[in-house]
Design a protein. Structure first.
Ligand SMILES: *Cc1c(COP(=O)(O)O)cnc(C)c1O
Length: 357
């Protein structure tokens, strides 16, 4: 049976990315050696990093004055690297979910942290909009897509201070005006590559402003100056990321991804709103295009397990909601074809007929 992969992360990648990665593991560039058994400093591997950086800059139209580096440690490592490198006295955070809360918690060890707004009291089902960012903050941190709660900031907001964004789960899903951000980072395993590599896009001029000692491995400047080769980088996920970036380019880039993602999200949200059995959990104006969360209507709550089994039997994978929201979450990342969303919609309609007629 065909599987429809709605996993939240690690998650679906384009089939050709997986095949090309598998090929490179068997024989890298016709060298007779595996990608896994060559030096990261080999002359064959440097072009992988160089092309990946170049494609990041091209696909996201990154302006002059920014660097792109690939690091280990996941997005969670950035929760501490950001304040380590950027927080001198005060930082502002918008608390829109579990990941935003974790980022904020780490920053508290480095200086004053101002939570400008939080939607925690509503189980993070919306993005707060009325808040003031202190003009004397060193930076303002946002999480553009809240993977767990299914809300997303779909515009590039204006910030009076350096804007830092965790884009782990929506990078490359739409065009972004990078010039509005001082830094964008994310774990690769949602929309880009297998787990193990983290991307960081950073405006060079914001570095070197804090007075504390920064250990080398946590210092952005060291990683930039060494072209992501200060230590052994995660070579396999970087290679897969390159293949995804090539796939993105040959599929029309982020503008085309945005079109496809809007079409997929509309298809599923329209069904959630139409179907008698289900209801969406996120505020309509803040609905994520990447992680679509819905639950059974209260009067049908007892049908949750049954629908889960019904959908699994029809090939749906990874639609169980995160425990902090319950119900269902369908992640509709770039690589997910609209046919999979249609299959889920068909499932929801069939189940409705079965129960209500
Ligand atoms: C998954 C996720 C993280 C955590 O990523 P790790 O690479 O596991 O540390 C952080 N932020 C967001 C928005 C995520 O979706």
């Amino acid at each position: 049976m065909k599987k429809h992969n709605f996993n939240a992360g690690p998650s679906i990648l384009p089939r050709e990315v997986i095949e090309k990665t598998a090929q490179a593991v068997l024989d890298f560039n016709g060298s007779g050696l595996s990608l896994l058994e060559i030096s990261h400093r080999a002359k064959d591997f440097q072009p992988v990093v160089d092309e990946s950086v170049a494609l990041f800059k091209e696909l996201l139209a990154i302006p002059e004055g920014y660097s792109v580096v690939f690091l280990g440690g996941g997005a969670s490592m950035q929760f501490c690297m950001v304040p380590f490198n950027l927080l001198q006295t005060k930082a502002a955070y918008l608390n829109t979910g579990t990941w935003a809360s974790k980022a904020m918690k780490e920053a508290k060890g480095f200086g004053e942290v101002v939570e400008v707004a939080s939607s925690k009291a509503a189980n993070f089902n919306y993005i707060p909009k009325d808040y003031v960012v202190p003009a004397d903050a060193d930076y303002f941190h946002i999480t553009t897509n809240n993977t767990i709660f299914g809300t997303e900031i779909l515009t590039d907001i204006d910030s009076p201070v350096n804007l830092v964004a965790d884009m782990s789960s929506d990078i490359f899903s739409r065009p972004v005006d990078v010039s509005k951000y001082a830094m964008i980072y994310g774990g690769a395993q949602k929309n880009l590559a297998p787990a193990g590599v983290t991307f960081v896009i950073i405006k060079d001029e914001i570095l070197g402003k804090v007075t504390r000692h920064i250990p080398s491995m946590l210092d952005y400047k060291i990683h930039i100056d060494n072209g992501s080769m200060y230590n052994t980088p995660p070579v396999l996920p970087i290679y897969s990321a390159l293949e995804t970036l090539r796939w993105l380019k040959s599929n029309g880039g982020v503008a085309e991804m945005e079109k496809r993602n809007i079409a997929k999200a509309d298809l599923l949200y329209n069904e959630i709103d139409r179907n008698q059995l289900f209801v969406g959990t996120a505020a309509k104006e803040d609905r994520s295009r990447m992680n679509i969360c819905f639950v059974m209507k209260p009067e049908y709550a007892e049908l949750e397990d049954e629908f889960q089994k019904f959908a699994s039997a029809r090939g749906m994978v990874g639609i169980k909601g995160h425990r902090s929201v319950g119900g269902f979450r369908a992640s509709t990342y770039n690589a997910l074809p609209i046919e999979s969303v249609q299959a889920l919609v068909d499932c929801m309609q069939e189940f409705e007929k079965l129960k209500l007629s």
